[in-house]
Each structure stands twice: as C-alpha cells, then as structure tokens.
Design a protein around this ligand. Sequence first.
Ligand code: HEM
Length: 163
Amino acid sequence: MSAVPAASAYELVLALHVMAVVVAFGVTFAFPIMFVVGGRSDPSSLPTLHRIEYSIERFLINPTLAVVLGAGIFLASDGHHWSEFFVQWGIAAVVVIGAALGAVMIPTAKRAEELARAAVSASASGEPEMGGEYAAAVRRLNLLGSALSALVLVTIAFMVVKP
Ligand code: HEM
C-alpha cells in the first residue's frame, strides 16, 4: 500500500495564503453588481449596501489581509524568497491595499451611506435624489475599488509567474 506523502509546513502555509486571498478579495469582485442591482431595483437599499460594503472591508478584508501578509512572510522566509521581486511586490500591494481601505475606501463608503440615508429620508415615498456629493463619493469608490481589484489580479499573476 503506497503511503500518502505528508504535506510540508510550507505547503500548508501556502494553502492558507491562497485561502486568505480568496476570502479577502473574492467578495470585492461582486460589489459592482450589488450596487447596480440595488440602485436600479430599490435605491432606498443604497445606505444599507454602503454599510455592508465598509463592514466587509473592516471585519473581513482587513483581518484576512493580515493573514495573507503573515503567511507570505513565513513562505518568503522558509523558501528563501526575500530577494525576489514578486515578494517585494506582494508587500507593496498589501501596504497599498491596507492604506487605501483605511484612508479612503472605508471613510468614503461611510460618507456615501450618510448622504444616501439623508436623500432617502428627504424623499418621503418618491425616488430619492442622491445629489452631486453622493455621485462624487461613488465615483471615488468605483475608481479606487477597480484599481485595487486590478492590483489584486496583477499580484496573483506575479506570485504565480515570479517574473
Ligand atoms: C495582495 C497580496 C497577495 C496576493 C494576492 C498573493 C497571492 C499569492 C498566490 C495566488 C500564490 C500562489 C502562487 C503559486 O503557488 O504558484 C502566492 C504564493 C506566494 N506568496 Fe503571495 N500573495 C500576496 C502577498 C504576498 C506577500 C505580502 C508575500 C510575502 C511577504 C507573499 C509571498 C508569497 C510566497 C513566498 C509565495 C510562494 C511562492 C511559491 O512557493 O511558489 N505573498 N501568493
């Protein structure tokens, strides 16, 4: 009977690293659909959708990003990868994503929630008029959100290809 080879610590941590990437960023690719469907079918859902957006960023993405970083540090040390470009890129990506979430995405989503809630309250039972400041906040969220999604995809490509 052939024995199943045991997984090494490196392989287990690599699996954890990739799982954390999926858990942290998977949902973010669905955000645009969530907002388009919510905005078209029921604009009064927009304040709640923004609250869901920044709650996911705070309570799911931020902690899981720390797992991606911690596992990455183990892999880079155990596998002697510190001098390689893909590792330096990965660290820069984690710093940029963490800073963008804390400094822009979360505060802007909170502001968008407030503005949307005020518009919904002011509209009584009619269609809420969201206004220019709300549109600007959503534009910022969309632009930066798309850039971060692209950064995640490029980082995955660099981690696999190791240029
Ligand atoms: C947004 C950030 C990151 C993403 C999306 C990401 C994604 C990935 C993926 C998908 C793999 C699997 C590649 C493969 O098995 O071919 C991987 C491997 C790896 N990552 Fe990351 N990673 C990120 C950040 C980091 C950081 C910050 C570090 C180091 C501090 C790091 C170090 C590594 C190492 C050493 C490997 C193993 C390479 C190998 O043995 O083939 N990663 N990463």
